[in-house]
Design a protein around this ligand. Structure first.
Ligand SMILES: CCC/C=C/C(=O)SCCNC(=O)CCNC(=O)[C@H](O)C(C)(C)COP(=O)([O-])OP(=O)([O-])OC[C@H]1O[C@@H](n2cnc3c(N)ncnc32)[C@H](O)[C@@H]1OP(=O)([O-])[O-]
Ligand SMILES: NC(=O)C1=CN([C@@H]2O[C@H](COP(=O)(O)OP(=O)(O)OC[C@H]3O[C@@H](n4cnc5c(N)ncnc54)[C@H](OP(=O)(O)O)[C@@H]3O)[C@@H](O)[C@H]2O)C=CC1
Length: 293
């Protein structure tokens, strides 16, 4: 769909690019000429991802360990990247989410999600924005949101709140930084199955409702990674020079047909929720064992 050199000379950081959607975007950017950087908290996962991105794209990729919940960690990562030259683009993709009845959430559970999605996107955007502004350089920021920024969603309330905050950041920064040549957009994907998301959002047969299902998507299927890449490459490219402040859905029409949330989980019993919690926490424990930061 695009010229293979459409992103030649671009240097793009994808947060959370070691897995799932972030890794797939990184493959697309690198295959179209960009040097991609990915970050996350697990060295082994990042090393494997860099090897895979290089092989699949035949392009340039590097990884840095960083925790987006920690502004000092983000600053250290940005300084390391900028030492080799400025970024031209940032994708705020790192995310955290799990299904839970809201009344069961502790302040730490809420904070784990809010700080990853809302604070992480803010810190990374400001770390890039202030460098671009100081150097008089243009830049592109794209945040990976979800259609709940328009609909809300039961049982994932901290994620819906935090993504909505980043939606507001997108509109606000587009206006504030537009005169400086910085474009700020977002995407709102529907279901694109990934191990990370499905472990946390569809842990049991009973949790297979709306948000993670394909049958009520008007286009009757999940999203494909090539479709995601096409949108991201376009938004990141110089051909997209007049779009800013927008959040573009890529969900096969799911949110317009209404069942794109977790409303259907009202049928779960307390025992079902306990099993869901145990399954989610088993997945989190497995991931945490391999964290490097
Ligand atoms: C359509 C699809 C849209 C997709 C959207 C996505 O974003 S998909 C992206 C999917 N990918 C990811 O999410 C990847 C990143 N995710 C992660 O790093 C972890 O999943 C994390 C968010 C739990 C944070 O880890 P961490 O090391 O910071 O945290 P921790 O383990 O120390 O727990 C913190 C608190 O949370 C509590 N708690 C946990 N589970 C449950 C539960 N089921 N119920 C209730 N509470 C729960 C836990 O008890 C603790 O509180 P406490 O007891 O101390 O008061
Ligand atoms: N899959 C889907 O259908 C949809 C996904 N999305 C969004 O897409 C994004 C990616 O989700 P997906 O690929 O499915 O799930 P993943 O779990 O695979 O991706 C999350 C990534 O974020 C990284 N991450 C999490 N916390 C931090 C942190 N504190 N610092 C640095 N990196 C962090 C994780 O790496 P590590 O744990 O090593 O740090 C992981 O690589 C999320 O923002 C999600 O909300 C939106 C709509 C639909």
């Amino acid at each position: 769909m695009f010229d293979a050199a459409v992103l030649q000379g671009k240097r793009i950081l994808v947060t959370g690019g070691g897995t799932g959607l972030g890794k797939e975007m990184a493959v697309g950017f690198a295959a179209h000429g960009a040097h991609v950087y990915i970050c996350g908290r697990r060295k082994e996962v990042l090393d494997l991802a860099v090897a895979e991105i290089r092989e699949r794209s035949r392009g340039q990729a590097d990884a840095l360990i960083a925790n987006v919940r920690d502004p000092d960690s983000i600053e250290a990562m940005m300084s390391a990247i900028w030492a080799d030259g400025p970024l031209t683009g940032l994708v705020n993709n790192a995310g955290a989410n799990f299904l839970a009845p809201t009344e069961s959430l502790s302040p730490r559970g809420y904070e784990a999600i809010r700080s990853t999605v809302m604070d992480g996107s803010f810190y990374a955007s400001v770390a890039c924005g202030k460098r671009w502004i100081a150097a008089g350089l243009p830049g592109v920021i794209i945040s990976n949101l979800v259609t709940w920024v328009w609909t809300g969603s039961a049982y994932v309330v901290p994620a819906a709140m935090a993504k909505a905050a980043v939606h507001a950041m997108t509109m606000s920064l587009a206006v504030e930084w537009g005169p400086k040549g910085i474009r700020v957009n977002a995407i709102a994907p529907g279901p694109f199955p990934t191990e990370g998301a499905w472990d946390k959002l569809n842990p049991l047969a009973e949790t297979g409702v709306g948000a993670t299902q394909a049958d009520e998507v008007p286009l009757r299927r999940f999203g494909k990674m090539d479709e995601l890449r096409n949108l991201l490459i376009f938004l990141m490219s110089d051909g997209c020079s007049y779009i800013t402040g927008d959040t573009i859905s890529i969900d096969g029409g799911h949110h317009l047909a209404a069942p794109s949330t977790f409303a259907g989980l009202a049928k779960l019993s307390p025992a079902d929720w306990q099993r869901a919690r145990e399954a989610i926490q088993a997945s989190v424990r497995k991931e945490k064992e391999t964290r490097s930061i």
